[in-house]
Design a protein around this ligand. Sequence first.
Ligand SMILES: Nc1ncnc2c1ncn2[C@@H]1O[C@H](COP(=O)(O)OP(=O)(O)OP(=O)(O)O)[C@@H](O)[C@H]1O
Length: 262
Amino acid sequence: MIEVSGYTKRYGRHEAVSNLSFTVQPGAVFGLLGSNGAGKTTTIRALVGLTRPTSGTVRVAGFDVWRDPVKAKAAFGYIPDRPYLYGKLTARELLRFVGQLYQVPDADSEIDRWLEFFRLTDFGNELIETYSHGMRQKVAIIAALLPDPPVLIVDEPMVGLDPHAARQVRDLFRSHADRGRTVLLTTHSLPVAEAVCDRLVVLDRGKVLGEGSMDDLRARTGTEAGGVHGDSLERIFFRLLEDELEEQRRVREEAGVAGVGA
Ligand SMILES: Nc1ncnc2c1ncn2[C@@H]1O[C@H](COP(=O)(O)OP(=O)(O)OP(=O)(O)O)[C@@H](O)[C@H]1O
């Protein structure tokens, strides 16, 4: 389970995330969506213990990430948008290291199974520094999933993956949640989010524009089912952004009018 409560992050005077709250229950895949600079990675970094919140709390598996970091970190796997992997290790060496760290039972056969799954068996004994971007991404995904963590936190998982691997990863997230685990992911791929997420939050400039299931968001935006893109997440997403831009324009105009009269 993931609980984010009143999370705010400021960089100097710039508020990157404002008073964000959401809960992700076991069994669910939760999607964090938004334009560039919306605050998605900033939120993920608070959840994995890399960027301290200015205020608010973030909890994973019942543990406050910043008060009880060791217990919280033992409970989640993290797939970053730009994974750092030790280039001078082979994939097998790196994954054995992870297996020992998390005391994964039968780690060697699990590692073999994962390498086979991602068609990396022939490269398992090669140095990671010789890997392509997508191959590194696959190793990072295996490293996060090898301990079968109760909570999986994923930042932009599909970047660099070929279509076959992207489909495998999408199915992995869904099946991880279907086994009673919790998954939080950010993605710019709205079809991926629509296919795997049970609930979504749409952020823009650190503010929540909408939150809930597809049906909740549809009801909120008044986008009807049917038509070519009638009920797609893409349409909902753009409607939320358009409404926000319209609101900002209205506020600016009102401020301008008030300024003229003052
Ligand atoms: N270390 C930092 N110092 C100052 N500002 C930062 C820092 N990290 C992030 N920001 C700012 O916080 C805001 C949110 O950034 P964040 O990386 O969370 O966005 P994002 O939603 O992940 O965007 P993208 O889709 O482009 O990856 C941006 O305005 C960014 O400039």
